[in-house]
Design a protein around this ligand. Structure first.
Ligand code: IVH
Length: 674
């Protein structure tokens, strides 16, 4: 950023013009095209630089500067409507120091010691103004320009969270005459994912993120499409028509009148509590079924809000304390191909390192050739990347208008980049056809074999695995058990102690549970869950080695695909040999004695919401005793979802997947309680 103090007048004039032009272009992409080409963080930075320059050289401010209006454009297709009250935006605060400065400015302005704030989530959706006349929904509009927006009444009407008539019996009573409120239309993540899946199936472009999806949906010219894509709507401001004394009361009143108002809001006694609320929200962010991008702080007392007033288009009484962005833009330096344990070729984009939410991201998966084709990611491209929770970062979209000349489409190679064997396509995937000889596949197998849920061999990480394979010390899984201290000592990173420790850890892994041993073999489609089913059903390794597909399919939870994978894997002479060698080396999977009847064997439970008869850990223990597994989250592997009061997004997802959902009474019956 150019600092205002370092610039001459001429330099400032040039820079102001340049910034204004850039920001206008970004605004157009963001508001009109719904296709922003910079991250919010980058955009905010430009705005702040412009604002600082304009403050340093007030006479250089252009009358139509982006800082002087809430920018945007209008689509011709919608009627334009004037807002009842101008739709302002909020100043952004990026860190705690800036929040404290904001608080100081507020206190100085009011000449008071301490200010109470209401802190709310900053919803990352599409802001709308809703107008009610005598308690009846009359009109809704998007922000557009701050004063004039697009009339999207019919589309908004389709949103179930929007009350068409306010609750007349509410306390306080909803106002007569005109009431204008402001809120945010958004698409829940579960709906967003489901909708994108549908769009892709229909051969249409999916949306890049839920915000774009919400914007695109609200601005659908065909309201029936809006109706088919479920949107949600949170309301957070009374713009005119009612005058509660505080923002806190405003939120309570809005909720009483029938609006969807966030419950996780906080009345903060001073700025430190507001900072704590921001940290709390940041933690909750991953659990929420909708996107938020920060906390909004508002001076609670409305008379104080009025006293502070508005500066250009931003109120002095409020601010957005932003989260670090999840999405960033960066460039693709290269696209490489990884070969996994199963021989799958995965294209991976090597990125110019970029900080996303405090984590440096330098790689992003491109999944498979279809994904590469759909997004058309090329070396040299500028891409938007996303990091959500712990998942591997992925490329959301390519900013095509920034593509340099001379780029080429990326195509997976016809030969395995590791071993040179031919590559074959199977469904969406490209596979190396050399499972026994390909080093990458062996490394993958060893990594899984040593991992926590498998043989749990401490000290056998990826780096060591790579060295063992590279040096030819390990040619199949069973070679691990032949390793000696002397073999390991010459390897990089090994000393006496660590070499001895690893040999001991390998030795110590010789009595694994049968299910872990099965999982450790890396049989396609045999995860921990299936491995447990097999171990429980057969009680020993030998009958599993002999089972045919029909027998396997009789086990609850095992379908034809899994049965086929197993029989194929175990039918392979090389795999048989490796298993035999493992047993010969002294590996001896043990089967735990069953503790009692296993009426819930084969079931996988997920709990969501509360239970009255017992605590959740107690309930989990009970079903495990009866032979069931407990999963942390909803997936297709789950067979029963126990939903109590307050059930959240897990329940929505379970319904979507068509899983069996039971309430507490039915659950108690299942575990044999009345
Ligand atoms: S209050 C005068 N509260 O964030 C201030 N805005 O520029 C009016 N937003 O466009 C906004 N969550 O659409 C407010 N809890 C919240 C919000 C919120 C999201 C949006 C709003 C506005 C942008 C800030």
């Amino acid at each position: 950023m150019t600092r205002a103090a370092d610039l001459s007048r001429t330099g400032a004039r040039r820079r102001i013009a340049e910034l204004a032009e850039t920001i206008r272009e970004h605004d157009y992409r963001y508001y009109v095209l719904d296709k922003p080409t910079v991250s919010d963080a980058a955009y905010d930075k430009l705005m702040r630089e412009l604002r600082e320059l304009e403050e340093a050289f007030p006479d250089l401010r252009e009358p139509d500067s982006p800082t002087a209006r809430v920018s945007g454009g209008l689509r011709e297709a919608f009627k334009k409507v004037r807002h009842v009250a101008p739709m302002l935006s909020l100043q952004s605060l990026m860190d705690e120091a800036e929040v404290r400065e904001f608080d100081e400015r507020v206190r100085r302005g009011l000449e008071v010691e301490k200010v109470a704030y209401v802190a709310e989530p900053k919803f990352d959706g599409l802001s709308v103004e809703l107008v009610y006349e005598d308690g009846v929904f009359l009109r809704g509009s998007t922000r557009g320009h701050g004063d004039v927006g697009e009339d999207v009444t019919e589309n908004l009407r389709t949103i179930r969270a929007l009350p068409l008539r306010l609750r007349a019996e509410a306390r306080p009573r909803p106002p007569r005459g005109t009431l204008a409120v402001r809120g945010e239309a958004l698409m829940r993540l579960s709906e967003f994912e489901a909708m994108n899946r549908r769009l892709v199936e229909q051969g249409q472009e999916p949306f890049a993120n839920p915000r774009n999806a919400a914007a695109g949906t609200v601005r659908q010219l065909d309201a029936s499409i809006t109706a088919s894509r479920k949107l949600d709507l949170f309301v957070y401001e009374i713009m005119s028509g009612a005058e509660p004394d505080t923002q806190w009361e405003a939120l309570q009143a809005l909720r009483a009148w029938g609006f969807h108002v966030e419950r996780d809001v906080r009345r903060c006694d001073g700025v430190e509590e507001a900072i704590a609320y921001h940290a709390h929200l940041l933690e909750r962010r991953e659990e929420l079924d909708y996107e938020i991008d920060g906390a909004v702080l508002k001076v609670d007392r409305r008379d104080w809000q009025q006293a502070l007033g508005v500066r250009t288009r931003e109120p002095r009484w409020g601010a957005a304390f932003k989260f670090p962005p999840r999405q960033e833009t960066t460039t693709v330096m290269d696209i490489v191909v990884q070969v996994g344990r199963t021989g799958k070729l995965t294209p991976v984009a090597l990125l110019k390192p970029v900080d996303v939410q405090g984590v440096t991201v330098s790689r992003a998966t491109l999944h498979n050739q279809d994904e590469v084709d759909r997004k058309d990611v090329r070396v040299g491209d500028t891409v938007r990347i996303r990091r959500a929770g712990d998942v591997i970062p992925e490329v959301v979209e390519v900013l095509k208008e920034r593509r340099p000349d001379g780029t080429h489409r990326f195509v997976l190679p016809a030969k395995c980049p590791v071993c040179g064997a031919p590559v074959e396509r199977e469904g969406a995937y490209h596979l190396c056809t050399n499972p026994l000889g390909c080093r990458a596949q062996l490394e993958g197998h060893l990594g899984l074999f040593a991992s926590r849920g498998a043989m749990d061999i401490a000290g056998l990480g990826d780096k060591t695995v790579a060295q063992l394979v590279e040096q030819g010390l390990v040619k199949d899984l069973s070679d691990l058990y032949k390793l000696t201290r002397e073999d390991l000592l010459p390897l990089e990173g090994f000393a006496e102690k660590s070499a001895e420790n690893l040999v001991a850890a390998i030795e110590g892994s010789k009595r694994p549970r049968l299910d872990r041993f099965l999982f450790a073999l890396g049989i396609p489609n045999v995860g921990e869950h299936v491995a447990t089913l097999l171990a429980e059903h057969f009680g020993g390794l030998d009958p599993i080695l002999e089972a045919d597909e029909a027998t396997l399919q009789q086990i609850r939870g095992i379908g034809p695909e899994v049965a086929h994978s197993l029989v194929e894997f175990l039918g392979h002479a090389h795999n048989r040999k490796v298993i035999r060698r493992l047993l010969d080396a002294g590996v001896s999977p043990k089967v735990e004695k069953r503790r009692g009847p296993q009426p819930l064997g084969g079931e996988t439970f997920v709990f969501t919401g509360g239970l009255e008869a017992m605590s959740r850990p107690e309930a989990q223990r009970r079903v495990q005793e009866l032979g069931a597994r407990v999963a942390p989250g909803v997936s297709k592997a789950v067979t029963i979802v126990v939903a109590g009061p307050g059930a959240g997004s897990k329940l929505d997802k379970a319904r979507e997947l068509g899983l069996r959902v039971v309430d507490e009474a039915q659950f108690l019956k299942l575990i044999g309680e009345r």
